[in-house]
Design a protein around this ligand. Structure first.
Ligand SMILES: NC(=O)c1ccc[n+]([C@@H]2O[C@H](COP(=O)([O-])OP(=O)(O)OC[C@H]3O[C@@H](n4cnc5c(N)ncnc54)[C@H](OP(=O)(O)O)[C@@H]3O)[C@@H](O)[C@H]2O)c1
Length: 258
């Protein structure tokens, strides 16, 4: 008999579920049996995804969330837990990017990228973790999971997206700090560092001359699809990864080796 990851009975909140990786993460966690909470600003899109998940027999809830707004984070997490039950798994995925040389970065660019990718990711994780810590283990084995979506750009310096890389390097360090501090409360905090995956954040780039040159430089001359992260996501969400805490895992088709 085959063995598969079963998330039945778990509640998973996915930020940035309205497109790209977050949408796929929600579909995959739902297929594995989790009740999912879809969170972002474009609520109409989340409702479409909820309908799709429900049509497939899954359970999904929609919450409005702007990660740049601390009050929005607090009310979204509270709303999520009222609607769906206490959160077991957080996929901390919302993110934005800009393209420019460091010398051209304005304070507005800096705030835009850091308020979402770094400050936003920090306070979403903190709000969810505070509630997990308060609940404690309750006598049973807790299997809380926080999965931060960083980037290979947070590990290596990539041209034109230096500011984005700095914001994601902070997410890598944040993951380790949270893992150390929250591990004893039964919360495993790990990060996925994807390479280039074709989503709305970069889709416009791949048909340009620069984009084509970049693809030619990649080890297997291809960008990924959101489905390429399915296995890693499920592993980090599962009870079976209990001994993984503070792990920073690349999923980049070998790009970091170049
Ligand atoms: N695609 C790649 O090659 C790649 C590689 C490495 C890492 N990543 C990371 O993967 C994550 C997902 O990106 P993606 O590729 O799926 O891009 P995407 O399709 O553009 O999705 C980004 C998501 O972030 C959400 N978001 C942006 N600002 C937000 C805010 N203020 N509050 C709440 N949600 C917000 C968006 O939702 P709303 O607009 O509805 O709010 C959207 O669902 C990001 O953290 C990105 O940095 C992507």
């Amino acid at each position: 008999m085959g063995r598969s990851i079963n998330l039945e009975g778990k509640v998973a909140m996915i930020t940035g579920a309205s497109s790209g990786l977050g949408k796929r993460f929600a579909q995959v966690l739902s297929q594995a049996g989790a009740k999912v909470v879809l969170a972002s600003r474009r609520v109409e899109r989340l409702k479409e995804l909820r309908a799709e998940i429900e049509a497939g027999g899954g359970a999904a809830h929609v919450v409005s969330l702007d990660v740049t707004d601390y009050q929005s984070i607090r009310s979204a997490v509270a709303h999520a837990e009222t609607e769906a039950g206490t959160i077991d798994i957080l996929v901390n995925n919302s993110g934005v990017s800009t393209t420019q040389k460091l010398a051209d970065v304005t304070p507005a660019d800096f705030e835009y990228v850091f308020d979402t990718n770094t400050r936003g990711a920090f306070f979403v994780a903190q709000e969810v973790a505070k509630r997990m810590i308060m609940r404690g283990s309750g006598g049973s084995k807790p299997a809380y999971r926080i999965i931060n979506i960083a980037s290979v750009a947070g590990l290596s310096v990539l041209p034109q997206i230096g500011l984005y890389g700095i914001s994601k390097a902070a997410v890598v360090h944040m993951t380790k700090a949270m893992a150390l501090e929250w591990g004893r409360h039964g919360i495993n905090v790990n990060a996925i560092c994807p390479g280039y995956i074709d989503t709305e954040i970069n889709h416009h780039h791949w048909s340009t001359e620069q984009g084509q040159k970049l693809i030619a430089m990649l080890p297997r001359h291809r960008v990924g699809t959101p489905a390429d992260l399915d296995g890693l996501l499920l592993l980090l969400a599962a009870d079976e990864s209990a001994f993984m805490n503070g792990s920073i895992i690349t999923a980049d088709d070998g790009f970091a080796l170049t």
